[in-house]
Design a protein around this ligand. Structure first.
Ligand code: G3H
Ligand code: 13P
Ligand code: ZN
Length: 327
């Protein structure tokens, strides 16, 4: 069942966070759906309610243009049929105004992110408000961003600029956006923190206090960049250096301060890279594209289960379903 993020945020607020996972291909999609249903080895094994979770499937502009957006969308439509028990939102990650309109008009996305965070305050408000008006007219919800994460987002290179709590309150009031991505010290990619740096919970708490009660916040750049996966990649010929991520114990801490959506892309890429590198290393005479894919899907499913446990969303699916069916 495809839902809006607002429907599932209500259930999570203050208690746990929903995992927002980026996908680019079939194997990531299958591993993601299996993981969120507690299925590991096959699509047809029974779901495991003890770990099943609602989730947000994210598609970036890069993912849409990797081949043709219709291929990725068709994979998701097929996954909805293969995994009818799943409850998820289809979300555009880091959209421009133009791409937001394309997704809103498609009737397939239930949520879009307009990212005009690189613009100055008034311009960000102006663009975001236009997208909100057009999205709400079609029943689509909107995530916006204020402040700037570090690192590279799509084609924009940004310096960290923490979200100002007073501006956040004004921004939400004037744009009517349904959730807000805040800059609280994280950045995209494998290198997030240096030395003693970490998530700025002090700033997050100040932002939450300025916003209306129950207002949904989003944490981008939330991958934990686990040492285990970096080491496996490097042992199989990779060269990842100076890596650091958000400690997984921070997820529930952030959830208590109003973060309901936690964005994870890099960790999924690391798992993908490790499994594929190891497969090529360990099967040097094999050239079947299905060999690494078959290894990856169950490993990724298990990783999603682990991640959802850390987010607190594991085991919430049936309660979300009951809430949705009761109206
Ligand atoms: O925030 C960026 C996401 O990790 C998407 O990355 O644009 O390379 O697909 P991508
Ligand atoms: P990571 O690079 O930490 O996975 O962040 C992903 C993200 O914020 C996608 O919007
Ligand atoms: Zn992001």
């Amino acid at each position: 069942m495809i839902v809006t993020t607002t429907q599932i945020f209500r259930h999570a607020y203050g208690k746990y966070a929903i995992g927002a996972y980026n996908i680019n291909n079939l194997e990531q999609a299958v591993g993601l759906f299996r993981g969120n249903l507690g299925k590991i080895k096959s699509n047809t094994e029974p779901a495991n309610p003890a770990v099943s979770a609602p989730f947000i499937l994210q598609i970036s502009r890069g993912a849409r243009s990797y081949t043709d957006k219709r291929f990725l969308e068709a994979i998701i439509r097929a996954a909805e049929e293969v995994f009818p028990e799943a409850i998820f939102a289809v979300h555009l990650d880091h959209g421009t105004e133009e791409v937001c309109y394309d997704c809103i008009d498609s009737g397939f996305y239930t949520s879009v992110m307009i990212d005009a965070s690189h613009e100055e305050f008034e311009k960000n408000i102006e663009i975001t408000k236009r997208v909100v008006d057009r999205a709400h007219a079609k029943g689509v919800v909107v995530e916006a961003e204020l402040g700037q994460l570090g690192g590279v987002e799509e084609d924009v290179v940004a310096d960290v600029k923490l979200t100002d709590p007073d501006q956040a309150a004004e921004f939400v009031e004037r744009t009517g956006c349904d959730s807000l991505a805040v800059a609280i010290g994280t950045s995209h990619g494998v290198a997030k923190f240096v030395g003693q740096q970490g998530v700025r919970f002090d700033r997050l708490q100040q932002i939450q206090q300025k916003l209306p009660p129950g207002y949904p916040l989003v944490m981008h750049g939330a991958s934990s960049v686990p040492r285990e996966w970096v080491e496996r990649i490097n042992a199989a010929g990779g060269q990842l250096k100076n890596t650091s991520g958000v400690p997984e114990d921070d997820y529930l801490e952030a959830a208590k301060m109003g973060v309901v959506k936690i964005n994870i892309d890099t960790d999924g890429r690391l798992v993908w890279c490790a499994v594929y590198r190891e497969s090529f290393r360990d099967n040097p005479s094999d050239f079947d594209p299905r060999t690494p894919g078959k290894l990856f899907m169950p490993v990724y499913a298990e990783y999603i289960i682990h991640k959802n446990k850390m987010l607190g969303s594991a085991g919430q699916l049936e309660s979300v379903r009951a809430m949705l069916t009761q109206g």
